[in-house]
Design a protein around this ligand. Sequence first.
Ligand code: FES
Length: 299
Amino acid sequence: ELGAAEPTIVAKAHLSDGIEEITVYSPVIARSAQAGQFVRVLPRPDGELIPLTLADWDEKAGTITLVIQGVGVSSNEMNAMQVGDAFTGIAGPLGQPSRLHRYEPGTTVVFTAGGLGLPPVHPIMREHLRLGNHVTLISGFRSANLMFWDGEDERVGKLQAEFGDQLDVVYATNDGSFGVKGFVTAPLQEMLEANKAGQGRTVAEVIAIGPPMMMRAVSDLTQPYGVPTVASLNSIMVDATGMCGACMVPVTVDGKLVRKHACIDGPEIDAHAIDWDKFLPRFNLFRKQELEARAKHGM
Ligand code: FES
């Protein structure tokens, strides 16, 4: 019995280059978490707040699982923490849970996960499967050596074992070292074209989680086919308090351009309503700030 109120790290696994899976004792969050939600972690007292989408949770064990990519000072610090170490605090669950629909037989819900998009996809995918929906996961990585969770005893493999034919998994790698060569959009386009020809499972909805450019590509692809598409904007949040403004998304609602906060109104946003031209250029700016922060800290 850990008993401690502190969010202590109880397990840690190295997933791939710079990516760690951390399981933390956090019973209150584990009890109330819903698919699509995230938490805000304060790793140390004078550190930065880091929003992280829940990759998994275990109500019985009172734990939550987070996947962290070491891309900045704080995330690298988090990844250096060990089992037994505790975060200063975790707040959550935050954000709107995924909107789940039960779709007709003969349809499929497609998830396009780019690299680190796979952890946030996992609980949402599982919820759709539990609802009885057929799910197609198109999991994209830059290269085979960066893949994770594909083994039999790992999360995607376990879902395949549990749900059998209800889950199709397609891998795409940019360099062709595993699965389809190219981006996640290629297998999705094939499915949409097949649908047009009256073949295959009808794509009922697409949920894209990953780098903003990928989500835009998916959104541009599905729009002419009229397939409802959701972009989960986890990756753009900075403090997830609704205050920093970093996650502001220009969205058209009823013909009017409004601004939404991914950390409050999201993380899931109707992808076809996003003004991607206004939205995307901002990421280069964040990237620059991040590189400067790393340079300052000699990382
Ligand atoms: Fe700062 Fe949403 S992440 S306001």
